[in-house]
Design a protein around this ligand. Structure first.
Ligand code: PLP
Length: 484
């Protein structure tokens, strides 16, 4: 490693990325390559001798970029967004540059302490109850993804529930078999994966939703399932509610679900991966009403809060329960600060040992935008989504499939009268026609059996004009389809 070479190449790389952003509109938003496209273009083994950066960057441009789907295109409306900002990038760059591994306080005190501070800052912006903050006896941690967040929350819940059953005389194996968890059919599949990892997937109850409740989990259905399980000797131990489901951004009724969780002693986790970010705006915050009844709450600033991937924040009312489930203390990691219980050691709040200095990018973003800048970003996307919703509602051939929540618009081409599969084929064909053009990228879901086009508005540089361009393309392709 040579410092001046680093300086030169670092500048080069920033120039390369800046050019990428300058030219991004020239690339098809969804990569148009076929599976295996890269294998025939690259050698089958690593080079024996060093190559030049020029050669590598030339290959990036000619071979890698064609296989990139451009999540940072302002016309990316697929899945949910993954925000980028100069602030977030700079923080990430610094983290990569320092390259410290802050698993315990002593392994890099600033990495731990800054994380605690920014999690309290963000918790305050969300108006989380004081008990979720370090200043109130709780605390937060940055995980890589919402999947890891729910996994560790479930492991903490399992530890607590298994201890309860074992105290009543059950063996550990018996206890595992008696734990039941609850999600809705709209809950992100990461909870299913967490249950598989935790060894409790066999008794994860998936409760159905439908359009009558706008795809939110019905407290009555939950109560019935929980009561039946409890009567049959199971221990309901975990409930996951969602604020902003993946398919339609539906919001589960946290206050009512929270009451049931409290009554049965279940751990209540809330996954607000995408939509939680919007709750920094006071007019959106009501979606978190009931959060005081929750044990753990997670959301992804890397989705919609201008913080580069990966940054998933998780707050807990009682982090000691998480630490009880995750902590280990081998001799080779022992140190005075830990032994004297003076510090947080984040290795005990997550699955891996090693961890990046992720709080830097969140700190840079919060400082360089300010709360007002972050709110402006969210509000603009919601405003654009409202406009798109009005276009769908006033169009005679499209219809909304679910209410617009936050900045997600779920719609479809109305099926014709003689349609035999309720619009599935025509909408799937339309979607492929739109995405093949490369000018924008949307994805789909199925809601109550209805094939639905999703337009998630939240990419960092999306403005009204990009949505209007996409709407024109959608209509042009619909015209073409209807003519055939
Ligand atoms: N939860 C919800 C509601 C999501 O929409 C998603 C992904 O879009 C996830 C969880 C999973 O996110 P991650 O990739 O951070 O695990």
């Amino acid at each position: 490693f040579e410092v001046e070479e680093f300086r030169k190449y670092g500048h080069r790389m920033v120039d390369f990325i800046a050019d990428y952003y300058r030219d991004i509109a020239e690339y098809p938003v969804r990569s148009q390559v076929q599976p295996g496209y890269l294998e025939c273009q690259l050698p089958t083994a690593a080079p024996e001798d060093p190559e030049s950066l020029d050669d590598v960057l030339a290959d990036v441009q000619s071979k890698i970029i064609p296989g990139v789907t451009h999540w940072q295109s302002p016309s990316f409306f697929a899945f949910y967004p993954a925000n980028f900002s100069t602030a977030g990038f700079l923080g990430d760059m610094l983290s990569g540059g320092l390259n410290v591994i802050g698993f315990s306080w002593i392994s890099s005190p600033a990495a731990t302490e800054l994380e605690q501070i920014v999690l309290d800052w963000l918790g305050k912006l969300l108006q989380l109850p004081e008990e979720f903050l370090f200043s109130g006896g709780g605390g937060g941690v940055i995980q890589g993804t919402a999947s890891e967040a729910v996994c560790v929350a479930m492991l903490a819940a399992r530890k607590r529930a298994v201890a309860k059953l074992m105290a009543e005389g059950a063996s550990e194996t018996e206890a595992f078999g008696r734990l039941t968890g609850y999600v809705s059919d709209q809950t992100h599949v990461s909870v299913q994966k967490a249950a598989q990892i935790a060894g409790v997937a066999a008794n994860l109850r998936v409760l159905p939703t439908n359009s009558s409740t706008n795809f939110s989990l019905s407290p009555a259905a939950l109560r019935k399932a929980v009561a039946e399980d409890a009567a049959n000797g199971f221990l309901p131990f975990f409930l996951c509610g969602t604020v902003g489901t993946t398919s339609s951004a539906a919001v589960d009724p946290l206050p009512e679900l929270g009451d049931i969780a409290l009554e049965y002693g279940m751990w209540f986790h809330v996954d607000a991966a995408f939509a939680g970010n919007a709750c920094i705006c006071p007019e959106v915050r009501h979606n978190l009403d009931g959060i005081e009844k929750v044990d753990s709450y997670s959301m992804n600033p890397h989705k919609w809060l201008l913080t580069n991937f990966d940054c998933s924040t998780l707050w807990l009312k009682d982090p000691r329960q998480l630490v009880a489930a995750m902590s280990t203390s081998p001799e080779y990691l022992r140190n005075k600060a830990t032994d004297e219980k003076l510090v947080v050691d984040y290795k005990d709040w997550q699955l891996p040992l090693g961890r990046k200095f992720r709080s830097l990018k969140l700190w840079f973003t919060m400082r360089l935008y300010g709360a007002s800048g972050l709110r402006k970003h969210i509000r603009e996307h919601i405003r654009i989504a409202e406009h798109l919703e009005s276009l769908v509602r006033t169009s005679d051939r499209f219809e909304m499939v679910a209410p617009r929540n936050f900045s997600l618009v779920c719609f479809r081409l109305k099926p014709l009268e003689n349609d035999t599969d309720n619009g599935r084929t025509v909408n799937a064909t339309l979607l492929e026609a739109i995405n093949s053009r490369g000018a924008c990228f949307l994805t789909h879901t199925v809601l109550d059996g209805v094939f639905t086009l999703r337009m998630a508005i939240g990419s960092s540089r999306t403005e009204l004009q990009h949505v209007m361009e996409a709407w024109t393309i959608i209509n042009t392709e619909a015209d073409r389809l209807m003519k055939h």
